[in-house]
Design a binder for this molecule. Structure first.
Ligand code: NDP
Length: 414
């Protein structure tokens, strides 16, 4: 009889469910929930499949990027992310929206060699075209599309260790699998030629796929009831500087940016762990971890900019498999990976603006807690019809915690 340790993977999904239910004393209702959320596509995507875990998807509006208006699907469990993205985008739209620029769109694959001496370095330099040929022969379909391995650069890591960085154009895909195939082929070829290959794999620090988005906001659009636009603009610029000099603040600054970026990555079937790791590594590329975006206040204008590696795809991976991703691509009207990266960078900057504006003015909690209270209401057992009334009660209070929410719900029901 299969169990957790022996042949669990050989069980059918139903058998796995029954084992889980028995072992962890699930109620009939809980078992039914596992069953209800079974998805035949998801079932083929992962090992030891049990059920499907759903996340909320909403739509961010008001985003204007390079003169084009976008409606952006976002998937997140965190209240206030979508509202904040829409608010930030609306503010920027008043001044013409976001502008984007990108240099190249290449993935980097690395083949790391040890026991390298000057003779080997010379040999590698002389054989760059063979290296590229071997890489491209391993995945000819990319070259047929006009992509493929374009360049090989040597990077010294420590004495005797060298990384051959292959610059690979994966066209409309993120291309991790193609890059890995190409790197392994090059690694095998180099081993056959007597070199010592430590590893051959893509790097998620995609510095050849940097995407920039910028925006300008007039001070007049930043005015609040108690602060002038100049005051708000200058405070946002100061907060930006803080994220450049203090890694503790920079981490939270970047977390806010990734709130928006991850939500769009998930909605579009992209690998958010890949982009997260690349973004944080890029934030520390100068040796100190810094905010990914910067804001300066000049001549009554707040000027924002963000640059990060965004090697995203509109084909490949789960994108071609998950039906909701196709719907989301349709809603976004993105026709290329580059266009998707432009939108995602802009969402990150919009998200950041909303957070910094809140920090510079009322603080983050006022808007945030309004939305958090909806989650709190649900967590204490409020029915959908009770949520608005309970949230309204909680908003009027100064000290709200779980116990207090339970009491308020009981009061409401009397
Ligand atoms: P691939 O390069 O393998 O996939 C691209 C696929 O899209 C290929 O099947 C390709 O077809 C097809 N395709 C169709 N049209 C195009 C086009 N215009 N341009 C490019 N490709 C096209 O890699 P993926 O993009 O699938 O890799 C991403 C996935 O890899 C993600 O799910 C990620 O989670 C995972 N992954 C990530 C890693 C990491 O980040 N470190 C490591 C390993 C996997 P054809 O085969 O004919 O070329």
């Amino acid at each position: 009889m299969a169990d957790w340790r022996h042949g669990f993977y050989k069980l059918t999904r139903a058998q796995r469910q029954s084992l889980v239910a028995r072992q962890f004393d699930l109620s009939a209702q809980q078992e039914q929930l596992l069953n209800q959320q079974v998805d035949p596509v998801n079932q083929e995507m992962v090992e030891n499949y049990l059920t499907s875990y759903h996340l909320p998807q909403g739509i961010a509006v008001n985003l204007v990027v390079d003169q084009q208006e976008y409606v952006v699907p976002m998937v997140t469990e965190e209240p206030s992310v979508i509202a904040a993205a829409s608010n930030g985008a609306k503010l920027v739209a008043k001044s013409g929206g976001f502008q984007t620029t990108a240099d190249t769109a290449m993935m980097i694959g690395q083949v790391v060699l040890t026991q390298v001496d000057n003779t080997i370095i010379d040999w590698l330099k002389q054989h760059e075209s063979e290296l590229l040929q071997v890489a491209n022969q391993a995945k000819p379909s990319m070259q047929r599309r006009g992509g493929g391995a374009k360049k090989a650069q040597l990077r010294s890591l420590k004495h005797g260790w060298v990384s051959i960085d292959l610059m690979i154009d994966t066209d409309e895909a993120m291309g991790a699998n193609s890059v890995n195939t190409m790197c392994e082929a090059v690694g095998n070829w180099l081993s056959d030629n007597g070199l010592h290959v430590l590893t051959a794999i893509l790097s998620n620090l995609a510095t050849q796929s940097l995407q920039t988005a910028t925006c300008k906001i007039n001070a007049a659009d930043l005015v609040t009831e108690s602060m002038s636009g100049d005051e708000v603009g200058q405070r946002i610029a100061d907060l930006s500087e803080l994220a450049q000099i203090d890694p503790y603040r920079a981490t939270t600054h970047n977390k806010g940016i990734m709130n928006g970026i991850d939500a769009v990555l998930i909605a579009t079937g992209n690998d958010w762990r890949a982009i997260e790791s690349g973004a944080h590594a890029y934030a520390a590329i100068g040796g100190v971890y810094k905010g990914l975006s910067t804001w300066r206040f000049e001549k009554s204008q707040l000027i924002g900019s963000i640059t990060l590696p965004l090697p995203v795809g509109i084909v490949g991976g789960s994108i071609d498999i998950v039906p909701l991703v196709k719907i989301n691509q349709r809603i976004m009207k993105v026709n290329s990976a580059q266009q998707l990266a432009q939108v995602i960078a802009s969402v990150g900057l919009a998200q950041n603006l909303a957070a910094l504006r809140a920090l510079a003015t009322n603080g983050i909690q006022v808007g945030h807690m309004k939305l958090q209270y909806r989650s709190l209401a649900l967590s204490v057992g409020a029915k959908p019809a009770e949520i608005d009334a309970l949230v309204a009660r909680l908003q009027n209070e100064q000290h709200v915690d779980h116990q207090f929410a339970i009491q308020e719900l009981e009061q409401l029901r009397k």
